[in-house]
Each structure stands twice: as C-alpha cells, then as structure tokens.
Design a protein around this ligand. Structure first.
Ligand code: PGA
Length: 263
C-alpha cells in the first residue's frame, strides 16, 4: 500500500483528483469505480474544475458506483443516485449511458446484483476504484464480518453506520436498514484502488486497516491483499499511524524508490 499524507481536506481532495485525472488521461475509456459520502465531495469538486478549466474529458469514461440504499428511489434526495448526479455527473461530460449506480428501489435486488456484476465484467473490469471508509472500517457497505470473497449483494447496515448516516435524514428511523453494495471480492478485482479519508473521527480505523491485522472485522484491511492500493489521508486521519515518518519519506523520495520497492 502506498500511504500519502496530505495537510488537510482541501489538499487530500486536490491530490486525489489529480491522481484520478492522470488515470483518465492515460486511458480515455477508464472504467472508474466511484464512492459517495462527505469524503469524496471535495475530490469531485476538483475533478469538475479540471473538466471546466483544463478540459478533462469524461466522454469515454465508464463509472460504477459502489452502493445504494435498498428502498430509496433514484430521485430520492438521500439516494446515492441523487448524490452522484448533484455532486458530480451533471457537472461533467460523462455519457449517461456509461453511468452505473446500483438500484435499491427494485423488486429483486438479488437479481439486480448479478446483473450489476455482469455489467462490470462486460466493461472489462474496474480500472480504478475510489473508496471512502466508514468508522466501522467498511468499504462500500461491506460491514464487519463481510466475506473477502463477497460479490455485489444486499447487506444489512451496522448500527454505527446507521447512526453516522442519520445526519443526512430527518430522523434516524428513516435511515434504510439495507443496502446493495459491491462485495469485497468485487472491489479487490479492480486493477487499482484509491482510498481517501479525512478527519479525526477516522484516525482509529485508518490505523487499524493500514497497520493492524487483515480481518473481516475491519473490511478495509482487505486492501492489504491488493497489489496496487493507494491511500490518501489528511493529517487528522493519519494521526494514529505509527509509521508516518516512513510513509512521508517514501512519498518525498518516490522518484528514487519507485522502481525498486513494492507496495
Ligand atoms: P463519509 O462516509 O465519507 O461520509 O465519512 C464514508 C463511508 O461510509 O464509506
């Protein structure tokens, strides 16, 4: 894993957007996995700026979102379909036909999950998957105990996730109890992974998934098994890492080590 510690949220957002932009410039038809939540909003803003000011071209990019609440229609203000449209898709030149966000408002989420996996396969697999992390260590909505082999499916949300996400709803009872989410197995098949995290509330779980044991109790720790995972943090989220000095040295001397060390 490559760990990049940036100064603050703004810096984390800029560095992660530049990373994604480089990948798009290298492969115009990049298959990009996308995440929702507060964390990536700044990254999306920077990508929109790169589109408006430097012509970053999304016309051939295909996107697959990680997850969606079961029971919320795509136009519901708390749905991730709505979130993506408002915070990103409507501001760039991505082709609507190339946009895939799981549907939660359907009769048969299980059948949908199979279809979603098949669309990822049809697109040639995900080139770069962007992730946030929940305070319980989840990536997507892969709550503690999710199998590392899991595929897109319906998952029951953990109590802490429901409490954390209640801030977006009028009342905690309105937070859906289930979500459709890509599985850990799905995520690990992405060619590259970029996880971003900011804020002191993420410091404990960031230290656990990077420096702790690989365990399905902290599903983000599965990234330790991936050969091309990058983590971009702000100072607060990185504050409980014990090997910060080493990560910073590698970041600052990357030109020397790039060809010599693995991740
Ligand atoms: P957040 O959520 O970006 O709103 O903190 C992250 C997540 O739950 O994956």
């Amino acid at each position: 894993m490559e760990i990049i510690i940036t100064s603050d949220y703004e810096d984390m957002s800029r560095v992660s957007a530049e990373y994604i932009a480089r990948e798009i410039k290298n492969k115009h038809d990049l298959v990009l996995g996308l995440a929702t939540g507060d964390t990536p909003i700044g990254t999306y803003k920077h990508l929109i700026n790169l589109h408006n000011e430097e012509g970053l071209d999304f016309s051939k990019v295909k996107s697959f979102n990680l997850d969606e609440y079961v029971g919320l229609a795509p136009l519901h203000v708390n749905s991730y379909n709505y979130f993506m449209r408002e915070n990103f898709f409507k501001h760039v030149n991505i082709n609507q036909e190339n946009v895939f966000v799981p549907q939660g408002h359907i009769d048969d989420p299980e059948q949908f999950s199979f279809w979603y996996e098949s669309q990822i396969q049809k697109a040639g697999g995900i080139d770069l998957q962007v992730l946030g992390i929940g305070r319980d260590g989840h990536i997507g909505f892969n709550e503690p105990g999710s199998s590392f082999a899991s595929r897109t499916r319906v998952k029951a949300l953990y109590k802490q996730t429901i409490e954390d996400n209640a801030r977006f709803f009028n009342h905690i009872d309105e937070v859906p109890r289930f979500a459709v989410t890509m599985g850990i197995g799905t995520i690990l098949e992405s060619r590259k992974i970029l996880l971003i995290a900011n804020g002191r509330s993420k410091a404990d779980v960031v230290a656990q998934f990077i420096e702790g044991p690989v365990t399905s109790q902290v599903t983000a720790s599965a990234l330790q098994l991936h050969c091309y995972a990058t983590v971009i943090l702000d100072e607060d989220a990185a504050s409980k890492l014990t090997r910060k000095e080493y990560y910073n040295w590698v970041r600052d001397n990357k030109h020397m080590v790039q060809k010599r060390v693995g991740r």
